[in-house]
Design a protein around this ligand. Sequence first.
Ligand code: COA
Length: 324
Amino acid sequence: MGFRIVGTGSYLPEKILTNFDLEKMVDTSDEWIRERTGIRERRIASPQEAASDLGVKASQKALQMAGISPEDLDLIVVATITPDMFFPSTACFIQQKLGAKNSAAFDISAACSGFIYGLVVVNGLIRSGKFKRVLLVAAETLSKITDWEDRSTCVLLGDGAGACVIVPHNEKTLLSYTLGADGNCGHLLFIPGGGSRLPATEDTVRNKKHFLKMKGNELFKIAVRVLAESALKVIREAGISPEDISHFIPHQANWRIMKACAQKIGLPLEKIYVTVDRYGNTSAATIPIALDEAVREGKVNRGDILLLDAFGGGLTWGACILKW
Ligand code: COA
């Protein structure tokens, strides 16, 4: 038994922050940001909008496409590194706001790889036979953990959410997948404060310990290598060749990473679905947002072979071949 994605949805906050806006905030330029990352603008949540608010709007669109009511859901899984609170889980907030009263709910913490981790977990739970109507959401408000005085990170990040409704299906559609992690490199991308290691104090706030820290150029090299290795592994395990892939939907952190990765896999650049120019890096949400846009634009059709590929903090990574 396999699963099928029968509804997709996404939501991006209204406020657009352009590279030109950032030029007024930190020592940077539109030219530098575009050339080094491919990003032109990103979306920023309002002070009132938390991750669950974005996630609910994306979920409602996915449920509408699927023709499924919230009460029919039996499981909600949310990937996020910017939860509304430590607990309750963001999945519980989304469950409550949707009115999905018959659903179990929990969060997954796998940073930018959260959506692929989620898909693999949902696949297993659906195969158990216990769950029939699952909502997988990735919702991020990275602007709330961004140091707006740090030009090396603030130009990269954005807010947004994507969601999928997933149901059991006779045919196998997850043709192959891989997940990986390397805790030894956790220090390359993390938030030092606010957890049990360094609880919030006046000192942690003054010293900006609650903001995301990143060693971008070290991550860059690892990202290209790991994304390409994972992609080649799932292509091999699915018994297909790169030519069989209709669309490559990678995590959208930097156009240069995406391009280098496609070249290593042997995929033409036209097969990459790109949102990083408009939304920047929205962590776990980049892949389901891109998937939803590609579906709604009619670019992804039943029978298409998709390569999804992600990499992020942890470090974590994951890739899969999905028959749409
Ligand atoms: N505007 C202008 N200059 C900037 C800048 C900005 N926003 N950010 C950094 N710089 C400067 C640096 O200070 C450095 O200056 P120096 O040479 O005088 O020291 C120079 O640009 C080059 O910095 P470097 O970090 O080596 O640039 P880069 O080409 O590696 O690009 C990133 C930086 C962050 C865009 C790139 O490394 C990247 O995208 N890394 C991966 C990030 C990522 O994917 N993270 C999430 C994983 S999910």
